[in-house]
Design a protein around this ligand. Structure first.
Ligand code: DSN
Length: 425
């Protein structure tokens, strides 16, 4: 029986947990930043390690009793370094936003200039949006995509970089369906004497499998969440070079600067149960099956994009090179929120999203963002993507048709029964 103790002590929470598991099992999770962590990752996250304070780093703690905690955190570090062929790994960041804050603080002072991708064109809140700490602390300059191609133009990035001379050149996105030219970013950073930093939270798995270029060899700092294509717990890590290429004479090297911004700069006690879950996820990602899984994510996204296009839906940039797709609903006359809600009523989970040069507001923008990592974890392949793409297009063209949504929901349910989720729970 699942959660026997919670069930006895707190039936209200147990009931909600049961319903959430059923929701995940019975629907199609297509939010591209969501995935299903393995049962082993879930187990590690629910261990007695949650009880332990371990401020500091392995062998350099401010508390006693860290004999086993140190072994676990060191394993997480070693596995992360091996997985990414990274010189240095900090596995303590609690989240992606916090990790970005820690990276910036390691190499910038408040008011310093940083060049990153505009959220409205697919970037992230922590890449300089004015309502976020990033935009309020640093002088962010943005690049975006070209109107014609809806792709990043590296000549334009270089032009802005040469003019603004940022101290950090930041790449990475949350709603960009195309390849990011990390080598070009690294070479521009070199040219202007800036740190090259990449946020690969979305595409991390694809970078590991070779489905997307990997910035680790060419960049000073690479951060990633561990949740998304990596299929680990809700958390993040920072990978970096050891030497500080830009300020080689500083007392602290780059690795030390990052470590001291994570702790004691921004965080106190690390979440060692989550660090154990990250270690388990890294070990899973080191297996050959992980590469095949990522290859299938990319193949599934291509097939899904093709099916949506064949059904007359316009995709931002015309398709995808990675795990996600951005549908532009402008021609259908509905908003992204209206579309995403109709899909939810049909058992299909996506999120509404701004598209580049959007004329609508963020709360009901023109786009729907969807992707294939979670469905691929359920072992769905191109055949299922065709079926699902047809369902999505049909619902989006007739969002008020209650009968259609109910019928689709039943079809979704039937399909999910052939791809069981968490049978072992
Ligand atoms: N919220 C995440 C996403 O959905 O892309 C990024 O932080």
């Amino acid at each position: 029986m699942l959660y026997p103790n919670i069930r006895k002590q707190d039936p209200e929470i147990a009931g909600h947990l049961d319903q959430e598991l059923k929701r995940q099992r019975d629907g199609l999770v297509m939010i591209p930043s969501e995935n299903f962590a393995s049962p082993s990752v879930l187990e590690a996250a629910g261990t007695v390690l949650t009880n332990k304070y371990a401020e500091g780093y392995p062998e350099k703690r401010y508390y006693t009793g860290n004999e086993f905690i140190d072994k676990i955190e060191q394993l997480a570090i070693d596995r992360a370094k091996k997985l990414f062929s990274a010189e240095h790994a900090n596995v303590q960041p609690h989240s992606g936003s916090g990790a970005n804050m820690e990276c910036y603080a390691a190499v910038l002072k408040p008011g310093d200039t940083i060049l990153g991708m505009d959220l409205a064109h697919g970037g992230h809140l922590t890449h300089g949006h004015p309502v976020n700490f990033s935009g309020q602390t640093y002088k962010f300059i943005n690049y975006g995509v070209q109107k014609e191609t809806e792709r990043i133009d590296m000549d334009q990035v270089r032009e802005i970089a040469l003019k603004e001379k940022p101290k950090v050149l930041l790449s990475g996105a949350t709603a960009y369906p195309r390849i990011i030219d990390f080598d070009a970013f690294a070479s521009i950073a070199k040219e202007i004497g800036a740190y090259a930093m990449a946020d690969i939270s979305h595409i991390v798995g694809l970078c590991l499998s070779g489905d997307h270029p990997n910035p680790v060899p060419s960049h000073d700092i690479v951060m990633t969440t561990t949740t998304k294509t990596l299929r680990g717990p809700r958390s993040a890590i920072i990978l970096s070079k050891i030497e500080d290429r830009i300020n080689p004479d500083d007392k602290k090297n780059l690795a030390k600067k990052i470590d001291s911004q994570v702790f004691p700069g921004m965080q106190g006690g690390p979440l060692e149960h989550i660090i154990a879950a990250k270690a388990v996820a890294f070990e899973e990602a080191l297996k050959p099956e992980f590469k095949e899984y990522q290859n299938q994510i990319a193949r599934n996204a291509k097939q899904l994009a093709e099916t949506l296009s064949e059904n007359g839906l316009r995709l931002v940039s015309g398709g995808t090179d990675n795990h996600l797709i951005l549908i532009d609903l402008t021609e259908t006359g509905i908003g992204g929120k209206d579309g995403a809600n109709a899909l939810e009523e049909s058992g299909i989970y996506t999120n509404f999203n701004m598209i580049p040069f959007d004329t609508r507001k963020p709360f009901n923008p023109s786009g729907i963002r969807l992707g294939t990592p979670a469905l691929t974890s359920r072992r769905m392949k191109e055949k299922e993507m065709k079926t699902i793409g047809n369902w999505i297009a049909t619902v989006l063209k007739d969002i008020n048709n209650e009968e259609l949504k109910a019928k689709t929901k039943q079809e979704v349910l039937d399909l999910t029964h052939s791809f069981p989720l968490y049978e072992e729970l």
